[in-house]
Design a protein around this ligand. Structure first.
Ligand code: PLP
Length: 393
């Protein structure tokens, strides 16, 4: 029999460019399913927690690994007032995809200020040279450009130092083509039990806000509340809140979980690519770090650390198969990993396996995965690599 094998390199218009190919050509049964209904629900939970504030949905880092465009669309549809990105590149991508809400560039790294104008991105600024470059871009375009100013109230990352804020405002005042319409800062410790630091940050923020109002800046949006503050610190909601993690259905720390009814939006699923029985004493994977203590059933999964499964989950991670928790057996490889499915004797090639999410009565959330490998859920989500297709469900 002669089989027509399509040439994927033949330049057919239906074949996307190579970087995207793994998303379009679906051979491996592995995907991150994004429940867009859950994203909308979580946005409404933010509104319930902060009923008087506007909401900036933080969709940086590809929507915390959930897919930047699909997350931003879900949040826009659910009524987000603003979108927050880290990079100009991310903002441009959202505009090209048709997102319409105002977008703030939280990372404040610019080269071409014309790009900001072209794609209607609002810059966050904190240095005089940024003001000057914005002024020049505004003058050239014959426009007055809005910007938000970032104040460093204790994060020590970016932002005007409080002691320099007066001089910064004086400089901004002298510019005819720049309008500072927003004031932002970012908490370092709102998720920790550190009320003294957080109170000091709020006090510095209030002082900065008062200075702007007194000097006649058209301040419309003062904002600092991240997820922890949205849930736990109503006095910090000001004009707008800026949550990320909670929008994706995870609380910043377990102690927050009762404060909002969040729905995890991401489940990461794969399927067995191989299943075999091994005798007691059989070693599995690189370094033989796992050895069967009994006759065992071993399932191989076609995902590994190149997909974002942390290698440090070796022998300590779990997955769900047949509705049961099954331990990762041996070293997580680049593209594969093995799991001990002896307690799921009916398991066979092609059966669905859950890395994050629910199956039967069991659930593995990003907090659990993070705890097992010594990190935070943010990193677990963001590490799911580009070769794992994100599928809206
Ligand atoms: C400047 C800024 N604002 C808001 C957020 C959202 O924080 P969270 O995801 O904790 O809600 C982040 C996240 O890192 C951030 O960097």
């Amino acid at each position: 029999m002669h089989l027509e094998i399509p040439d994927v390199n033949a330049g057919s218009p239906s074949i996307p460019p190579p970087a995207r190919r793994s998303h379009e050509l679906r051979v491996r049964p592995t995907e991150a399913r994004i429940d867009t209904g859950a994203l909308g629900h979580n946005l409404r939970e933010v509104r319930r927690c902060a009923p008087t504030a506007r909401v900036m949905a933080v969709v940086k880092a590809d929507g915390y690994g959930h897919g930047g465009i699909l997350s931003a669309r879900a949040f826009e549809e659910a009524g987000a007032d603003w979108l927050g990105v880290a990079l100009v590149e991310e903002g441009v991508e959202l505009r090209r995809a048709g997102l319409v809400r105002p977008i703030l560039v939280l990372g404040a790294q610019y080269t071409d200020y014309g790009l900001l104008l072209k794609y209607r991105l609002t810059p966050l600024v904190y240095r005089a040279d940024q003001l000057d470059a914005l002024e020049a871009a505004g003058r050239m375009a014959g426009m007055v450009l809005d910007a938000h100013v970032k104040l460093d109230t204790g994060m020590g990352r970016i932002g005007v130092q409080p002691a320099d804020f007066g001089a910064f405002l004086t400089h901004a005042k002298s510019l005819a083509h720049v309008r500072l319409t927003g004031l932002a800062t970012h908490f370092a410790n709102a998720d920790l039990r550190d009320p003294a630091h957080t109170a000091r940050a709020v006090e510095l923020f209030q002082t900065g806000r008062r200075a702007m109002v007194e000097q006649g800046f058209p301040l419309e949006l003062a904002h600092l509340a991240n997820s922890a503050a949205v849930m736990d610190l109503p006095a910090t909601h000001f004009d707008m809140v800026r949550p990320g993690l909670m929008l994706y259905g995870a609380a910043p720390a377990p102690r927050f979980s009762g404060l909002a009814n969040l729905k995890p939006a991401l489940s990461w699923v794969t399927a067995f690519s191989h299943v075999k029985k091994v005798a007691a004493g059989t070693p599995i994977s690189y370094g033989h770090k796992w050895v069967a203590r009994r006759e065992s059933l071993i399932g191989t999964l076609p995902v590994g650390y190149a997909d974002g499964v942390r290698r440090s989950l070796t022998n300590v991670g779990v997955v769900l198969a047949g509705g049961k928790r099954c331990g990762i057996a041996g070293t997580v490889c680049m593209d594969m990993m093995m799991v001990d499915i002896t307690d799921v004797p009916e398991a066979k090639i092609g059966d669905e396996v859950v890395l994050i999410g629910a199956q039967g009565h069991e659930q593995i959330d990003a907090h659990e995965v993070a705890d097992r490998c010594g990190t935070i859920p943010y990193e677990i989500f963001c590490n799911i690599s580009a070769r794992v297709p994100r599928v809206a469900v």
